[in-house]
Design a binder for this molecule. Sequence first.
Ligand SMILES: C[SH](C)CC(=O)O
Length: 266
Amino acid sequence: PEANSVGESVDYKITGIDPGAGLMAATEKAIEEYELEDWSVIAGSSAAMTASLQKAYENEEPIIVTGWTPHWKFAKFDLKYLEDPKEVFGGEEEIRTIGRLGLQEDLPEAHQILSQFNWTQDDMGEVMIAIQDGEKEDVASQNWVESNEDKVAEWTKDVEKVDGDEIKLAYVAWDSEIASHNVMKIVLEDMGYDVNLVQVEAGPLWTAVADGSADASLAAWMPLTHKTYADKFEGDFEELGVNMTGVKIGLVVPTYMDITSVEDLK
Ligand SMILES: C[SH](C)CC(=O)O
């Protein structure tokens, strides 16, 4: 291709996250749909992506990352989503809670709490930013729960405490899901559960809920982001509810870059 300053400046690479993320599949699709020859998305992890973003940002160097909202990076850095005229990254997404079949019979109180769980991007942001600022995950979550008893009371409304029932929640190490699962762990422990959080990749997360080796997850990004997984396991899991609305995925760049659309990468 003719000299493409943006492509050359980042060696035609988009800095990605864990390979199983729906965001990565969407980025591969965008490379195809926008005919971004020579471009590729580099798999890694959420933590590696934010480390690369921080380093580039501090040196005001160009970088394009796979990004999502809510995320603390928007509070810390001046960033923007690249417009996506082909809507490869979807529009407004939501985060849903999913459970294994049989959960309601086996753990009725947890089923109800998980079904009643919902919070705002600001709520999640408080926990995410506290963790990003160095607070331990369980401390940041405990602090949030103690400062938001009224909201937690909505989740546990009309639910009896249990006596040590075990429950396993599967999540992926995305900053947003680290926050939600650590908060839910504390809420369920306060209700008498023995909670085990299992950190896995997105594919194994959906597999674990579908085969029952995990009881539930708060990390189902729908309807588009995890569509492949939801279709693959249709009938083998139960949707318990929507725990956050108005979320978003896409390609994100520092505002000091003068590109505005995915089309500008061509
Ligand atoms: C990285 S987003 C939190 C979810 C996804 O892309 O699978």
